[in-house]
Design a protein around this ligand. Structure first.
Ligand code: ATP
Ligand code: MG
Length: 159
């Protein structure tokens, strides 16, 4: 099924706007004018970005912003095909490099005590990774402790 990524991201921003407001946070969505259409499952794509933006809100300080940038790219890094790149960047606590390789494992959480107070199961990123792989995509995580994190999803365009 063709999935318009701009539509998905607008929908997720709507879903999470109240949660962001409660933390005095702004969700800034930037989508390129051109249509970024992939082939896949709209509900699963919604789940991916709901998990990523939920994390960006949860693990950031009150009053900061989350930027979501969506753009067309001519050539994916993992596949000789054009694609869509969606980056979710926050100005949160950041993640120490030592944790990055295991972050998408099921139930992996950095701060067990903090996680208990925040709820959740530690499955969010494992689900994200699974769905992205099923759509022949990739996820890249860049982060600096104390500065923030960017989760970048790369997906092939609809043929
Ligand atoms: P759930 O998603 O099931 O509610 P969770 O958020 O703890 O629980 P994941 O989404 O899989 O689980 O994230 C795993 C861990 O990675 C989190 O517990 C948190 O420590 C860390 N993490 C994820 N996203 C960020 C982020 N944007 N900034 C800082 N740390 C993050
Ligand atoms: Mg999560």
């Amino acid at each position: 099924e063709p999935v318009n990524m701009t539509t998905v991201l607008k929908n997720v921003v709507d879903i999470l706007s109240l949660k962001a407001e409660n933390r005095q946070m702004e969700l800034i969505l930037n989508c390129e004018a051109s249509d970024c259409i992939i082939s896949g499952d709209q509900d699963q794509m919604t789940q991916v970005f709901q998990n990523l933006i939920d994390n960006a809100i949860k693990y950031s300080k009150v009053g900061t912003s989350v930027e979501i940038n969506c753009r067309y790219i001519e050539q994916l890094p993992h596949k000789s095909a054009p694609g869509v790149q969606v980056a979710v960047c926050d100005h949160g606590d950041g993640i120490d490099e030592e944790h990055l390789p295991r972050l998408t494992e099921r139930f992996y959480r950095i701060d067990k005590a903090r996680s208990r107070t925040m709820g959740g199961t530690g499955l969010g990123l494992a689900i994200v990774k699974h769905i992205i792989m099923r759509h022949r995509g990739r996820i890249q995580i860049e982060s600096k402790a104390g500065e923030g994190s960017c989760f970048t999803v790369l997906l092939p365009l609809k043929a």
